[in-house]
Each structure stands twice: as structure tokens, then as C-alpha cells.
Design a binder for this molecule. Structure first.
Ligand SMILES: NC(=O)c1ccc[n+]([C@@H]2O[C@H](COP(=O)([O-])OP(=O)(O)OC[C@H]3O[C@@H](n4cnc5c(N)ncnc54)[C@H](OP(=O)(O)O)[C@@H]3O)[C@@H](O)[C@H]2O)c1
Length: 299
């Protein structure tokens, strides 16, 4: 078991909490987590987690909050539109160096350099570069699209309402990975206490095209779902008409453009390599969540 002290940023986020759960389950002691909202994490304090307030916008909070940590998991923030995200990550990397952290883990995205269609890919390119230049050893976790995204972003509920999966991705594929598999992989990387630098593609077991996704969804919920390929402009318009929020629709269009370009399709064995257990397939995820999917649609 690792003797190093592990620090997880963004402890109140969904991934952050899952990583904490994995670390606790593995019997890791001395875990530190930083968050802007320690009040939300009282249950973790009672399990021995050292809760510390930190805001990545405020370097002063980080110096104290990162003290004593040896291995850091920097969870990329969800601050996609303010223009401050790279600075937030840079603040964390600088604070880690000041605090004597030896190894940084970072949640990046697949093929960030090639993924120019995605507006926030440059955040990950810049953060990865800052980590490489930091002189600390690192583990970059290039996390594939969450299997949860099509549910949480309203795409699967819309497909179940309309019977149609709308896409401009063509034959492009996505190697969907569940958030819990990402958490398992991140926790495993944190506890193995390696000091060598590595980049992992954290993916599900297969990459799926829109046609394969619609077929899997159809089988999972016993309803016909047809695929309709449209261009990016029509996709944006029709997503909004099908109930997806107008703020979100342009981002979903860029996802399809990047998928069409082949930048989300790489599949790796990293989850199994790190954890010893293969990742969940997208179809298993759908089957497991069938009641939730149908409940959300039938309301
Ligand atoms: N691969 C994918 O498909 C995918 C999808 C969505 C998001 N992501 C990325 O993966 C990350 C984790 O996913 P998730 O589902 O756990 O997201 P989430 O539940 O929305 O959590 C957002 C995270 O951002 C942190 N954060 C935001 N602003 C911050 C700030 N100023 N200082 C410190 N922390 C800040 C939050 O920390 P506290 O609130 O605890 O301070 C929290 O951990 C996201 O933040 C995003 O970068 C990836």
C-alpha cells in the first residue's frame, strides 16, 4: 500500500467523490481532498479524509491546502466558458511544486492536439504542456467521453422521446467509458506510487458509431430507435427542437464533428491494465440504467 499522501482536487465533483470512494475502499489512509465547498463533504471527514478548502482561482488558498501532499490528482475543472480554466490548472501545478508534490495526475481528453473542433481541447493541450514542463513526474489520464454524457446531456432522453438518434458524426466512433471506470483507473494510478511519467487513454472496451449506439439503445429499452444523419447546422437546430438546451447544442455539434474526424475512437486497455478489471461496455451501462432512462422519458 502507498505510503505517499494522496490529494484529490475537486472533491465535491462527481468524479472526485468516486475517486475518494475508491481510495477509501482500497484502505488508503491519509487522503487529502480540496474543494470550494467542504461543507458538502462532511461524510468523508468522518471517514478520515482531510478536507481542505481551495479554489483554483485563488493561489493563496492552494499553498496551505496542498501542504503535505506527495501525489496529486488534478481533476480538470468544469469551468469551460470563463477563459480561466488554463490559469486554474496552472495555479494548481505551481502550488503542487511549491508544496513538494512529487507526481501529478491530470484528467485530460482524448487526442487533445488533434481535437481542434472541440473549443476546450486547447485547455488540455496547454495544461498537459505545463505539467510536462513542471519537472514533476506525471500521469496524464486522457479520459474518453463519459458513457453518462448522452444521458446527462439529454441526447438519450430526446432519442427515446422521438424514436430517432440525430447525428452528424457519420461513421465516426466514440470509445465511451463510465465515470466509475475512470475513478477506478485514477485511484489505481494514484496508489501504485510510480514516479515514471506516462500518458494513458482511459477508454471503454469498444468504440461505437452512432448506428451501433442506436442499435444498443434500441435493444436495451426494447424500442425502435432509428439513426438520422444530418449536417452540423441541421443537428444544432434539431437538437434544440427535440428539447436539448440552446446553450448546449453547439457543444454537442462540435462533439459530432470531432467524432466524424476520428478523434474519439481510440480504444486502449489502460483501465484493465491499471485496475485488473475490464471496463464496462456502453451496452451494459445502458442495460444497468434502463429503468432510469425509461423513467426520465416517460415522466
Ligand atoms: N470525459 C468526459 O466526457 C467529461 C464530461 C464532463 C466533464 N469532464 C471533465 O471532467 C471533470 C470531472 O468530471 P465530473 O463529472 O466530476 O464533473 P463535475 O461533477 O461537474 O465536477 C466539476 C469539478 O470541477 C471542480 N472545479 C470547478 N471550478 C473549480 C475551481 N475554481 N477550483 C477548484 N475546483 C473547481 C469542482 O470542484 P469543487 O466543486 O469540489 O471545488 C468539481 O470537482 C470535469 O470538471 C470536466 O473537466 C469530462
Amino acid at each position: 500500500m502507498s505510503q505517499s499522501r494522496i490529494l484529490v482536487t475537486g472533491g465535491s465533483g462527481r468524479l472526485g467523490q468516486m475517486v475518494l470512494d475508491q481510495l477509501l475502499h482500497a484502505g488508503v489512509s491519509g487522503i487529502i481532498t480540496t474543494t470550494r465547498t467542504p461543507d458538502k463533504l462532511g461524510a468523508y471527514a468522518s471517514l478520515g479524509v482531510d478536507l481542505r478548502h481551495a479554489d483554483l482561482n485563488d493561489p493563496q488558498t492552494l499553498s496551505k491546502a496542498f501542504q503535505g501532499a506527495d501525489r496529486l490528482l488534478l481533476i480538470s475543472t468544469d469551468d469551460l466558458f470563463s477563459g480561466r480554466r488554463v490559469q486554474q490548472h496552472t495555479n494548481a501545478i505551481d502550488a503542487a511544486k511549491r508544496a513538494g508534490v512529487r507526481h501529478i495526475h491530470y484528467t485530460s481528453m482524448p487526442e487533445p492536439e488533434a481535437s481542434t473542433a472541440i473549443p476546450f481541447s486547447s485547455d488540455h493541450v496547454a495544461t498537459e504542456a505545463t505539467i510536462r514542463e513542471s519537472d514533476l513526474s506525471y500521469t496524464i489520464l486522457r479520459v474518453a467521453w463519459y458513457a453518462e454524457n448522452p444521458v446527462e446531456l439529454g441526447l438519450i432522453p430526446a432519442a427515446l422521446r422521438t424514436g430517432t438518434w440525430l447525428t452528424s458524426a457519420g461513421a465516426g466512433r466514440i470509445a465511451y467509458v463510465t465515470r466509475s471506470d475512470v475513478a477506478r483507473a485514477a485511484a489505481a494510478a494514484l496508489v501504485r506510487d510510480k514516479e515514471t511519467s506516462q500518458i494513458y487513454d482511459i477508454t471503454g472496451p469498444h468504440a461505437m458509431s452512432a448506428a451501433e449506439l442506436a442499435a444498443a439503445l434500441s435493444r436495451s429499452v426494447d424500442r425502435p430507435i432509428e439513426v438520422r444523419q444530418v449536417d452540423d447546422t441541421a443537428l444544432a437546430r434539431e437538437l434544440v427542437a427535440s428539447g436539448v438546451s440552446p446553450q448546449l447544442a453547439p457543444m454537442l455539434v462540435t462533439t459530432d464533428a470531432n467524432t466524424r474526424a476520428g478523434n474519439f475512437e481510440r480504444v486502449s486497455h489502460a483501465v484493465q491494465e491499471l485496475t485488473g478489471v475490464p471496463p464496462t461496455s456502453f451496452e451494459s451501462f445502458l442495460v444497468k440504467n434502463k429503468a432510469r432512462l425509461l423513467g426520465a422519458t416517460d415522466k
